[in-house]
Design a binder for this molecule. Structure first.
Ligand SMILES: Cc1cc2nc3c(=O)[nH]c(=O)nc-3n(C[C@H](O)[C@H](O)[C@H](O)COP(=O)(O)O)c2cc1C
Length: 202
């Protein structure tokens, strides 16, 4: 499947949905092409302008660019399954969040806010022709060491960012096949409910 076919193949088939949402997917193969600083900045601005509880903006991003020490440090936190593909991405970010409000109380919305910021980042990336892939498969203790004590900040996910590449470049046979899978979702009737167990009738 060539790049254009893959782009079409991965699209969510929902009429009227924003193109950048419909075309977002999580590649494991990345092209050998750097992300320009102007693009990286825009992607992070998209996260910055996300909504958050009390406008607390608990999100932080440790940004590693291939070749720098931060990239290596983030890569080292990844479980081997993720390390096997994620190092083809030119950017690796550790997304983390302040778990406390400025008043020292637990911020129950910190991870919700971080997730929203990462979602905006993902959509902005697609609009720029880029792609992101979030990973929960990382060593939490190792990641915690990169960001300081857990009382201050908690790791959320590692995000790969780059241009989607040729699925054939994946060395693992299963991952290569998976890269061509159609994207699947639960039916809307299962997740949009008018009462518990009752789907919204659209
Ligand atoms: C919080 C989170 C953790 C994830 N962890 C991993 C991971 O460790 N490794 C991986 O390959 N994909 C990971 N994914 C990617 C999901 O598997 C992927 O988003 C899902 O299969 C839907 O595919 P799509 O993003 O292409 O629509 C993660 C996604 C999220 C949001």
């Amino acid at each position: 499947m060539d790049a254009k076919e893959l782009h079409r193949h991965k699209k969510a088939d929902v009429e009227g949905m924003l193109e950048a949402i419909a075309h977002r997917w999580s590649p494991r193969a990345y092209a050998d092409r750097a992300v320009e600083m102007t693009e990286l900045k825009l992607v992070l601005e998209a996260a910055r302008w996300s909504a958050s509880s009390s406008n607390g903006q608990p999100w932080r991003f440790l940004v590693g660019q291939k070749g720098d020490a931060t990239y290596e440090r983030i890569a080292e936190t990844l479980v081997s399954f993720n390390r096997a593909w994620a190092l083809s991405a030119p950017v690796l970010m550790l997304a983390f969040a302040a778990g406390k409000t400025p008043h020292g109380r637990t911020n129950h919305y910190a991870m919700f806010d971080l997730g929203q910021a990462v979602a905006q980042m993902a959509v902005q990336s697609v609009a720029l022709g880029l792609a992101t892939h979030a990973m929960g498969g990382f060593d939490r203790e190792a990641a915690q060491k990169l960001i300081g004590p857990a009382e201050d900040f908690l790791p959320g996910a590692v995000i790969a960012l780059g241009y989607a590449g040729d699925p054939e470049s994946l060395t693992d046979v299963e991952l290569r096949a998976h890269e061509l899978d159609r994207r699947e979702r639960k039916p809307l009737a299962e997740i949009a409910l008018s009462e518990p167990g009752k789907p919204v009738l659209f």
